[in-house]
Design a protein around this ligand. Structure first.
Ligand SMILES: [Ca+2]
Length: 312
């Protein structure tokens, strides 16, 4: 018996599985041919009756198999031909890329958009309900691109109620920030347990040298993009489907880095923060005006227009 299947399958897309039965050296009596499939997979028909095959004879039987993504990529398919008191079998392997562990947001969706103006509440202009609260001192400066920037005095940061982001194959993070000094690691966006290696969630921060760092998609990369101090900078970080991280400063590409193409696992539920980690530490010092996160990859041409995309 021999099983013929494609090397690669796609979740939910049927493929043909061909089973060749050959009688070599003896007659194969009549039997029932069926497939032994991974959980959730289906075959049509479920079974086929195989007539007796005389020595030297050969016949092929086909099944339509619908695969399902599982936890790992490799799946084993078995074919079993069985009679009253005998059975023969064969196996083959099919690769099906694992599916995301939770839903992927609509491509390009604005996940959150904040424009701090006054007080301790910052509404989510994206309409996704990710409103933020100012933790610390809600003090504003008549500065920044909108003329109302939230002062981040070392005690102050933004936090949402616990929220899930979904699985992000691509993402864009954007903020108008002013860095006042360089000292230690300081958070920009944070939706990741402290100390995580990037397999759970994502964060973007500045290193002690003000270089932009990205932790997500299972890894930690410090880019060569250094944010200048003392003035507002339009900072955008994109992650492509292939794991390409690009940092733009004031609309110009400043650095690229590579992370695995796994994607950002945003499936947990935790606070989205700007300016501090999940423990309230590693606080950013300076000021911030508009911020947004997109479940999409903004192209170099679209980078300069992220504010309109987020706030209309
Ligand atoms: Ca503002």
């Amino acid at each position: 018996m021999a099983l013929s299947v494609p090397e690669q399958g796609t979740d939910g897309t049927p493929f043909t599985c061909e089973v060749a039965v050959t009688a070599a050296g003896r007659t194969v009596p009549a039997g029932t041919l069926s497939l032994d499939l991974p959980g959730g997979w289906t075959a049509a028909p479920a079974a086929r009756e195989v007539p007796p095959l005389h020595d030297g004879g050969s016949r092929s039987f086909s099944f339509e198999v619908t695969p399902r993504a599982g936890e790992g990529p490799e799946h084993r398919i078995g074919a079993v031909l069985a009679g009253e008191d005998w059975r023969g079998s064969a196996i083959a392997l099919v690769t099906v890329e694992p599916g995301p562990p939770c839903p992927v947001p609509e491509d390009g969706l604005t996940l959150v958009a904040w424009d701090p103006r006054s007080g301790d509440a910052v509404a989510d202009s994206a309409g996704q309900g990710r409103d933020a609260t100012v933790q610390g001192n809600p003090a504003y400066e008549a500065a920044g691109p909108t003329g109302s920037a939230l002062r981040l005095d070392g005690q102050t940061y933004l936090r949402t109620a616990p929220t899930t982001l979904g699985f992000l194959r691509v993402a864009t993070f954007a903020a108008e920030v002013r860095v006042d000094s360089a000292s230690g690691h300081r958070r920009l966006f944070d939706w990741q347990p402290s100390g995580d290696d990037g397999s759970d969630g994502v964060l973007i921060d500045l290193t002690p040298a003000n270089a932009v760092r990205f932790i997500g998609s299972g890894t930690n990369v410090t880019t060569s993009a250094v944010v200048p101090t003392g003035r507002f900078v339009d900072l955008v970080v994109t992650m492509s489907d292939g794991g390409r991280v690009t940092v733009y400063l004031d609309g110009q590409q400043a650095a690229t880095a590579q992370v695995p193409s796994t994607g950002i696992n945003g499936c947990a539920t935790r606070e989205l923060r700007f300016g501090a980690d999940q423990n309230g530490g590693q606080r950013f010092v300076g000021a911030v005006d508009r911020m947004a996160v997109f479940a999409g990859l903004l192209s170099p041409e679209e980078i300069g227009d992220w504010q309109n995309r987020a706030f209309g």
